[in-house]
Ligand binder design. Sequence first.
Ligand SMILES: [Zn+2]
Ligand SMILES: [Zn+2]
Length: 176
Amino acid sequence: MRDPQSIAVNEDARMIPVWSILVATAAFVLVEYYFWLILPDQQHHAPPIGFRIYFNLSWGVLTALYFLMVGYISRDAPHRAMSVRFWVVICFVMPACIGVVLYFLLRAPIVSRCPACGTHALGDFHFCPQCDYQLAASCGNCFRTVRSTDQFCTRCGHELARDHMPARLRVLGEKG
Ligand SMILES: [Zn+2]
Ligand SMILES: [Zn+2]
């Protein structure tokens, strides 16, 4: 059986994929290249150098950030059972980062999969709705989430070791 904790750590390690970092870097270089080398030849009156540095760097950083955000969305959407393809297309079609803003306004809560049966489960579920697999450690008295290393519930003070089958231990091992 897979260890749910190690899966979570691995998936969170790279929320921004390598391709989007590469594309963002390339986009930054291209924007700087255009604004410093191509554009001045077409302008009759070049603006002051301070303004140009500010203007050129701002556009470069904004463009790079845009591709980093699209990369982030491509990693974040699957955690929320949202279509990656649909949202990446929306981001590229909508002008001026509207797609990115829409994504963060409309994104669904994080869903995970039950390690035992694969059912989609929301992030705050303690038990799988289909097979009763314990997804998170909880207090046997007030049923709030506790850490698996806690000795006492931080909300109600219940001594977790006195639970018949301590919830905090069941998530660490096999289903009892
Ligand atoms: Zn399940
Ligand atoms: Zn409690």
